[in-house]
Design a protein around this ligand. Sequence first.
Ligand code: M6R
Length: 590
Amino acid sequence: MCGIIGCFSKEGCYEKLMAGLARLEYRGYDSAGVALLSPDGALAVRKKKGGVAGLAGAPLPGDTGIGHTRWATHGKPSDANAHPHVAGKFALVHNGIVENYARLRAELAAAGETFVSETDSEVIVRLIARLYGGDFFAAVSAACARLEGSYAVAVLCSDFPGQIICAKQKSPLVAGASGGDLYVCSDIPALAGAAEYVCPAEDGEFIRIAAGRVVFCDGQGKEIPKVFTRLTAASRAETGGGSFMEREIAAVPRALADTLASLRASDFAPCARAMRAARRVFAVACGTAFHAALAFKDAVERDAGVPVLCHPSSEFRYRDPLVGPGDLVVAVSQSGETADTLEAARLAKSRGAYLLSVTNVECSTLAALADHNVAMRAGAEIAVAATKSYNCQLLCLYYLAAQLTFFRCTRWPAWFSSLDALAPAARAAFDSFSAVRALAERLRGAGGMYFIGRGQDVRTAAEGALKVKEIAYLFAEGCAAGELKHGTLALVEEGFPVLAVATSRRLAQKCENALAEAKARGAYAALFSQYEDVLSESCADFTCRLPAVTEALMPVVAVIPLQYFACSMCLLRGYDPDKPRNLAKSVTVE
Ligand code: M6R
């Protein structure tokens, strides 16, 4: 959702900026650009429609620079709409949405400003230039005071070589340092390998890079003391061959083992009271994380006997939800920066609920906002399609469900002692990959497909369908097997693929019946189950044996062949699994 970066380095500033931009690209790839400022005050800008690779050319001179990867909101992807935007002595990169931009644009145009882009971001730099009276920081601060909406900005001014002024409001921003090199950036993974120490900014704060120092300050320029923490290896992206998505699927067993170790070392006592006394339990999340939240609902309702109200974050605040003091709200987000989930979490907190977050980024905005954060240890996830983070979200949420069960019912769910089996089972799921790839080859030309399941498998079906839509650009729907005959079945004709997941022995026969009904109408039927007898007695055209763990934990494992299936479909159809069209990794705008 746009990535911004700033760098001060006496050596190789341009190269460091470009390397950072490449690491940031998963936040948007509609266009990219950089601006470099030399010690003599010369400003050089290069920006272009398309990805970071399109910026290649001779290095721009300068020791201070800013860069941007764009996910278009206002204005189509084009060279003119690419950042940095320039006005007079200033160059600016922006992530977020300026909600009052139309009013500001009209005001600036009436005052004689000529706009060269369609973006909301250009109004910020023109406002700064208008407000400038010789004090760089004061101009940025005064301009920001007039903005409504969300922003993380980094600004250069040719009167102030060696300086970058940044501001943050509702869009993520971190500072980083390594020796004499100083950075600001939209997120921590993009600083991995570059910065040794990092520190996130909070809303309303400014970051000033000047005189070889990085300093946090308030709107008046008063310094705010901060503690930088060492960047851990866990923030690094997965290395190896192939796409990030393939590497991240391959990392699932390691991610599960690390997450389990971290959960076991966590102290849940601080949230024991909230869990024990919760009047109601809510779960809010988006996309893949929402599917994990639904799995949490299944587990808590089954094991703790407490109803869980699950809402997509984007709907939560507009429904005027019945949330209030005494309620427990669980917000799930890989990035911890998803704008919709943050707003849902803020609403819950403002109404007096206890906020528990599950995130993969410990110093994210959501983790900071929460009363208690449960940290996944998936490691940096770069591919836009969430994979290893989903498996880890499920593990964290099941763990949480077990805590809730213990705090409320003074017993642990039976499956709680089987968690160690998850990482080996995830590894065993890789054995199915050659068969799953063959299935993808068989279905690569399909016009669409259904994923079906019953009970907890409905969540896995929904997640499988989301992956296929997101990266293979195929219509896919995940639905409850029993719902097929209530309308969905009408689309099934000769060869239409229906992929069923059956991990519950009790419900397997029912799921199979639905598959048989689809097959009777010509569907190409595929069945994923851990039960040999279920597979052998089924009428499916394709069967995949899943590794067995205790049934309650099967969603963590059953989704793996579906993740790989979507990735294979994507590659076979000639697309890039890491950068699906129209999407970005971190959705930091509403
Ligand atoms: O960072 P978050 O977990 O809050 O992201 C939520 C969704 O945007 C995300 O899961 C999205 O649905 C994935 N790209 C799906 O693969």
